[in-house]
Design a protein around this ligand. Structure first.
Ligand SMILES: Cc1cc2nc3c(=O)[nH]c(=O)nc-3n(C[C@H](O)[C@H](O)[C@H](O)COP(=O)(O)OP(=O)(O)OC[C@H]3O[C@@H](n4cnc5c(N)ncnc54)[C@H](O)[C@@H]3O)c2cc1C
Length: 309
């Protein structure tokens, strides 16, 4: 395992410790978290959507939250997402929704989750919107893809899509199967702590797999969202797209709110579709810790802010 893998695993393990979590959460959002999170409320996030849109960027909005253990809470999240879909429509924004199945009851009971997702995908279809199911840790890959395939068969690839992580050894087979069904996929490297038996420990293998998966989507002619800040991979994808004459309406780039802003605007200026994953809400801690785990410089950023009086 390279240094990158070692650092990421160490940070994710430390962030899981209760005292660390309590310390950081007790600080609230105002010490640097807002670099990665667009606000506490939908209202605040919608202001950021407008700001991004004015810069020529598209958005996918995410109500932060995961690992919900109570049915009532899953239903509350579902209502909040339905409201978000309505607000996007009412305000005429260039945005769609991203969500996690574990915030809609997947850890309680797959049927509970399926009920919430049917409402959300149904609303998306009625409003002409799209919903993206994020991918979580490997214990949820199979149930997530199973529910996704069910929703895809009911609502079609124009309204529902999912995420595939290139660090997982299984992903080539998943992309092979899903692209045959016409699925709209977001390809990411993967952000969780996984054992080497399941995920490539070496960054070079993850990057090589990333290009293979994007290429497979392009070859099959399905819509693909290449979600990465890795400028080397982005330039390689652009080179391949040009050499095979693929038009810009068949793919998009995606990046996270607060990361690589100059690259986001540059690609949009070159005429590519660029969509910004924009999270908001109170449950920022797990999302924030994954962002810290991605980059040692972000840990210094956190420590500096924590030590400031
Ligand atoms: C739109 C979007 C949606 C995502 N959805 C999921 C998902 O559903 N499931 C999942 O497991 N993962 C998801 N991820 C996270 C992804 O798996 C990676 O962890 C993350 O994108 C970092 O990898 P990278 O592709 O940017 O490449 P890296 O090789 O990690 O980074 C390349 C360069 O990008 C910059 N960079 C990367 N991360 C950061 C950071 N945190 N802060 C500052 N600069 C950074 C640095 O300059 C770095 O050198 C998503 C990522 C994006 C962009």
């Amino acid at each position: 395992m390279g240094m990158d893998g070692w650092y990421r695993r160490a940070v994710l393990r430390a962030a899981d410790r209760e005292p660390v979590r309590r310390l950081l959460e007790s600080r609230g959002m105002g010490w640097g978290v807002e670099r990665f999170v667009a606000g506490h409320t939908l209202q605040e996030a919608l202001e950021q959507v407008r700001r991004l849109q004015d810069q020529g960027l598209l958005v996918t909005l995410d109500l932060l939250g995961e690992s919900v253990r109570e049915r009532a809470q899953a239903e509350e999240v579902c209502r909040a997402i339905l409201h978000m879909q309505d607000e996007i429509r009412r305000l005429g924004l260039q945005a769609h929704v991203s969500l996690k199945l574990s915030q809609l009851g997947l850890l309680i009971d797959e049927a509970v989750c399926a009920e919430q997702m049917e409402q959300i995908a149904g609303r998306a279809a009625a409003l002409g919107q799209f919903v993206r199911i994020d991918m979580e840790d490997s214990s949820l890959t199979a149930p997530t893809l199973e529910l996704f395939e069910h929703l895809l068969s009911r609502h079609g690839s124009g309204h529902i899509g999912v995420v595939i992580q290139s660090y997982l050894r299984r992903s080539y087979n998943d992309v092979d199967r899903l692209t045959k069904l016409g699925a709209n996929l977001r390809i990411v490297k993967g952000a969780y702590r996984e054992p080497p038996a399941i995920a490539y420990p070496d960054k070079r293998d993850v990057d090589a797999a990333y290009l293979r998966l994007v290429q497979l989507c392009l070859d099959r002619g399905t819509y693909v969202a290449a979600a990465t800040h890795d400028s080397r991979l982005i330039r390689e994808i652009i080179r391949r797209i040009h050499s095979s004459g693929i038009t810009p309406d068949r793919f998009e780039f995606q990046m996270l709110y607060g990361i690589a802003g100059a690259l986001q605007r540059q690609l949009a200026g070159e005429g590519y579709r660029v969509r910004i994953y924009t999270p908001y809400g109170e449950q920022w801690y797990p999302y924030f810790s994954r962002r810290i785990a991605e980059r040692p410089a972000n840990l210094w950023f956190v420590l500096k802010n924590l030590l400031r009086p």
